[in-house]
Design a protein around this ligand. Structure first.
Ligand code: ZN
Length: 284
């Protein structure tokens, strides 16, 4: 009888040890899996970083190397050919990509404008064709807790004359000679007849509190540090808007860096322009 008890004891002990072992194996494989998951995450991060680096490379290559920038633009042309195959009746490219600058004046051109009231200063007008995309952009920002304000939209030729002269006068009051004040003004405000604001597809976007905290209405480069500016940099192209006068591109645009000035070019082109890090002058 004692022998039987001993055999049962041995059997139970073996069974106990066996199940304990299986559980340990399962646990350790779970640990391995989570280790794999962690390494997968860190790999993804590495890929993201390298993707960012690639972008940086693309930007510096495009701006530094003529040969490569030709390749970039020819690649863009090729994909345009493919796109145009599918948009064969679509003539949107012409108005969306029209270049307006000192070399390409629009003289007395007047777009069909509409009064824009959503998150905008009173009396703000824009080209009717960008009403919907602008509304989408502003609503998306609001969803992300970024309250934007359309500070400036369409400006008539006469209004542009007024804005230009007011800035010249402001600088003269600050002690500059008229000639210097005029030259300084040209760097940030287009000469009447050459402004994208007169074209109707450009908007100056600021954070909602700007009008309160900045009654002088002078937009400054430090705006780039605001949550609003950072949101715009990242998200505006999804709605068809590009940062029109980027940093380090003033030698091409002849306009100072303006982190608030966005120009509508359509979603397809906005994404291409932003991804390749070129200006509208280089893209066309
Ligand atoms: Zn502007």
């Amino acid at each position: 009888m004692k022998k039987l008890y001993f055999v049962i004891f041995i059997l139970l002990t073996t069974l106990f040890l066996f199940y304990g072992c299986v559980e340990n194996i399962e646990n350790s494989s779970a640990v391995n899996n989570s280790e794999n998951a962690t390494s997968a995450v860190s790999n993804n991060n590495e890929h993201e970083t390298s993707a960012v680096n690639n972008d940086e490379n693309a930007v510096s290559t495009a701006s530094n190397n003529n040969e490569n920038s030709e390749k970039v633009s020819s690649a863009a042309e090729n994909s345009d050919v493919e796109d145009s195959f599918f948009n064969i009746f679509d003539d949107d490219d012409e108005w969306q990509l029209r270049l307006v600058n000192a070399e390409n004046p629009i003289d007395d051109y007047t777009p069909e404008v509409v009064n824009f009231t959503l998150f905008a200063r009173e009396g703000c007008l824009i080209d009717v064709r960008i009403k919907k995309p602008l509304e989408k952009l502003l609503r998306a920002a609001k969803k992300d807790d970024v309250e934007l304000l359309v500070y400036s939209g369409y400006r008539s030729f006469d209004r542009q004359v007024e804005v230009f002269n007011n800035n010249v006068q402001r600088l003269i009051n600050n002690g500059l000679y008229e000639e210097d004040a005029t030259n300084e003004t040209k760097k940030t405000i287009a000469i009447p007849g050459t402004s994208e604001h007169q074209y109707g597809l450009a908007v100056d976007l600021v954070n909602h509190d700007f009008a309160v905290t900045n009654p002088s209405g002078v937009l400054e480069e430090s705006f780039e540090n605001t949550k609003a500016a950072k949101w715009l940099m990242k998200n505006a192209p999804k709605y068809g808007f590009i940062l029109r006068y980027p940093k380090n591109k003033t030698h091409i645009t002849n306009i100072d860096y303006e982190p608030w000035h966005y120009r509508y070019v359509g979603v397809k082109h906005a994404k291409k322009i932003t991804e390749s890090g070129v200006t509208l002058e280089e893209y066309r």
